[in-house]
Design a protein around this ligand. Structure first.
Ligand code: SF4
Length: 417
């Protein structure tokens, strides 16, 4: 039977002179061991990569070097085109590069759903040719699909098979389609999901259909608690900004293990990276943040209006619904509530980034472009390209704490509400 493919209606894509954003990001571009063997057997690749780069390739990662305060793939030429592709053709480059910005997840109906990264300006701006006509070729280039988890667990260890956890997800989607701001909606969804989990028969094992029906009804009967905005960022919001946004600041963003031609002043870079984190924790100091054209003072961010309750907040909610519909968020085994947490972390990061971008430009209001770049950052750091398994201990501990401490979770959302 032919594979059924799906993508958002009317979505377009064509690679354009953006220039080469996907080749110039602080991320690991991975490839298979077969691809690594093929590259290492090619004298031209070995010469271009050098010994240091060959070592990185043998680990299945594209080596990068620092240029213009960013990391960029060592195979990217000055004309912003891929030298590997120019020399050997599109089919030679890593599958993940061939297929970018497409990924694929097989959903609950066995439909292969396209994951279109909004890091790519063409996807974001809906530029190019209809995506549905490109799906087959892109799936072939990608070569694999991810699968949704067959079951998710509640915090107390009850197992929810896929059809059951998707009933909760449907409620989340419906709530994100209402007029309320994403911050207050997510605060409500956290309480609703926690109430649903508490109402299930405890003691582990799989939940029965009847008990799920009763728990869903119970959760919906509870009165929602309003979310009051906070004047200052909560402690855990500052830790989150320091970790995720701090790592996108210069020089933190060029200090990756797959970087070659290390700077001769690594100690100074390490010190400045630490300084970035301290600046985010204190909300003071000047930082040079990825996707923002010039360094800016963090203390100016508080002069920029919050926007999640306004029209720009609707863009964030639309994005969160896309995240749920594309199902990638359910491709790793996790707690049900962790998906609400991830949407919440993304919302807070999008909002803070957009306000930073406006502050750097001397504005007190965010623009749609600020919010869209914030969504790019959420794609990069949380919802599309960041594997949970690759996140450090600090982020894992922070997630667990926010999952289990309601007041800390709410304070995080209230920081940008
Ligand atoms: S980010 Fe998108 S438009 Fe830019 S080079 Fe990559 S695929 Fe092409």
């Amino acid at each position: 039977m032919a594979t059924k493919l799906s993508s958002p209606p009317n979505q377009k894509f064509e690679c354009r002179d953006c220039p080469a954003r996907c080749c110039r990001l602080p991320w690991n571009i991975r490839f298979s061991s077969d691809e690594a063997t093929r590259y290492l057997a090619e004298p031209w690749v070995r010469e271009r990569a050098g010994d240091e780069g060959a070592l990185v390739i043998s680990r299945g990662v594209l080596p990068m070097r620092e240029k213009d305060h960013r990391l960029q793939c060592i195979f990217l030429d000055d004309d912003m085109l891929c030298s590997m592709q120019k020399r050997f053709g599109h089919e030679y480059i890593p599958k993940s590069c061939q297929a970018f910005p497409f990924g694929f997840v097989r959903d609950e109906k066995d439909v292969v759903v396209a994951q279109l990264s909004q890091l790519c300006p063409s996807i974001r701006d809906n530029y190019g040719k209809p995506v549905d006509r490109q799906l087959k070729a892109k799936l072939q280039q990608r070569g694999d699909t991810e699968r949704m988890s067959k079951a998710l667990a509640t915090l107390s260890g009850v197992i929810l098979p896929q059809p059951q956890y998707l009933r909760a997800v449907k409620h989340w989607e419906d709530q994100l389609a209402t007029d309320a701001s994403p911050a207050s909606t997510l605060a409500r969804l956290y309480d609703w999901t926690a109430a649903f989990e508490r109402a299930l028969p405890q003691g582990g094992g799989r939940a029965a259909d009847a008990s799920v029906d009763a728990a869903l009804a119970h959760a919906s009967a509870e009165a929602p608690a309003p979310l009051e905005p906070r004047k200052k960022p909560s402690f855990y919001a500052r830790v989150l900004f320091g970790y995720l946004l701090g790592n996108l600041c210069y020089p933190s963003r060029v200090r990756e293990a797959h970087r070659v031609e290390k700077a001769s002043w690594t100690e100074l870079q390490a010190l400045r990276s630490f300084g970035n984190k301290v600046a985010w924790m204190l909300g003071r100091g000047t930082v040079d943040l990825l996707f923002i054209p010039r360094p800016f003072k963090l203390q100016r961010v508080r002069t920029v209006d919050r926007f999640l309750a306004g029209d720009e907040g609707t863009v964030v909610k639309d994005y969160l619904r896309v995240v749920l519909q594309r199902r990638h968020i359910f491709s790793a085994p996790r707690h049900l509530l962790a998906a609400v947490l991830d949407l919440s972390l993304a919302t807070v990061v999008i909002s803070r980034f957009a306000r930073c971008r406006a502050a750097a430009d001397g504005r007190v209001k965010v623009s749609l472009e600020d919010v869209r770049e914030g969504i790019s950052v959420a794609e990069l750091t949380l919802l599309s390209h960041a594997a949970l398994s690759e996140q450090g201990k600090l982020m894992k501990n922070l997630r667990w704490l926010l999952l289990t401490k309601r007041e800390s979770f709410r304070a995080l959302l209230a920081t940008e509400a």
